[in-house]
Write a protein that binds this ligand. Sequence first.
Ligand SMILES: *[C@@H]1O[C@H](CO)[C@@H](O)[C@H](O)[C@H]1NC(C)=O
Ligand SMILES: *[C@@H]1O[C@H](CO)[C@@H](O)[C@H](O)[C@H]1NC(C)=O
Ligand SMILES: *[C@@H]1O[C@H](CO)[C@@H](O)[C@H](O)[C@H]1NC(C)=O
Ligand SMILES: *[C@@H]1O[C@H](CO)[C@@H](O)[C@H](O)[C@H]1NC(C)=O
Length: 336
Amino acid sequence: MSILSLLLLFIILSLQWKPLTSRTWIKAGYWYTGSEYPIPNINTALFTHLICAFAYINSSTHDLVLLTSDEPYVSMFASTVKNSNPSVKPLLSIRPRNEYHGNDENSSNFFIMAENPAYRKSFVESSIKMARHYGFEGIDLYATTLLSHYLPELDSVSYPVDSVRKKIDWVHVRSYDYHTPMTIDNFTAAHAALYDPSSPVNTDYGINLWIKRGLPASQLVLGLAYHGYAWTLADPKNDGIGAPAKGMVITKDGSMSYEYIKKYLRSYRVNSEYNSTYVMNYCAIGSFGIVFDDVEAIRNKVAYGKKKGLLGYSVWQVPNDDNWKLSIAAGKNLPQ
Ligand SMILES: *[C@@H]1O[C@H](CO)[C@@H](O)[C@H](O)[C@H]1NC(C)=O
Ligand SMILES: *[C@@H]1O[C@H](CO)[C@@H](O)[C@H](O)[C@H]1NC(C)=O
Ligand SMILES: *[C@@H]1O[C@H](CO)[C@@H](O)[C@H](O)[C@H]1NC(C)=O
Ligand SMILES: *[C@@H]1O[C@H](CO)[C@@H](O)[C@H](O)[C@H]1NC(C)=O
């Protein structure tokens, strides 16, 4: 797909004012404005890169824009992070925006921009300008619905892996949200399965396919989810992963931060079970079934990344941690 390769070329050009030369183990974390989590509270010692999400692409001007309510946070993100830990690299994450549906993505806006040289110029120049203006040291292109979020290809469409290899520092594999209560409501599912013996919808499959298509493992960064999903169990006694369910529960899309899940577990005095088939945890609280990554799953996923020769991991999203437990577990697993 030449459109995307051209775009990738431009992205990398935009990065060249200050190349991300680091090839040490990456411990990246996203901070999303919508979390309302205070930036100074981020434990910056646990990360090598902190990513501010999001700046958006204006679908009429193709410039980068910030939501008015986000501007104060985005503008102080890099300086706050740098003050706390000068060795951390702050990155600005860019996302296409759907003007008609709030902050949802609209990938057609992205392709309209990418296909037109004048629009592209506008996008590239405004991206460099905004990133520099606010002190960011690189740009992250966050575009989950452009294609599949963990595979290099889907049906007949594929990323130009060769261009990605040459022109992009690394790829964040969004290795989670495979199944959520919004997409599967009749059984609990391992939304961030590292392995799945009965389906290709798992992280190991995606990582292997990227490598097979020509992207070195050393340019892949594993995604870690600091959230889980809750379903209503059809039968509270049948509570494993894959247990019959009756739709989402607790929050409006069933998603729960790790911190919130741990709070539930503590207050109901319940422990989570670790399932080594999927490398995920689950727990049942009354008739609620929750599937998520606890310390053990995170540790084993990071160990997988190391063994596979990946470049590191990236966390969506930092504020969902519970007193830094997951970030500490992820960071510790470093047989350098
Ligand atoms: C996009 O640009 C148009 C034209 O300048 C402007 O009217 C609109 O408010 C912008 N949208 C956003 C989200 O900033
Ligand atoms: C996505 O953007 C295109 C072009 O701006 C627009 O025509 C389309 O209606 C949008 N799609 C949705 C779902 O809003
Ligand atoms: C869940 O629903 C899907 C489609 O609605 C169906 O194909 C599947 O068999 C159901 N699974 C279970 C475990 O009931
Ligand atoms: C993980 O969960 C699946 C589905 O509930 C089950 O079949 C499997 O035996 C479990 N694996 C382990 C190691 O407990």
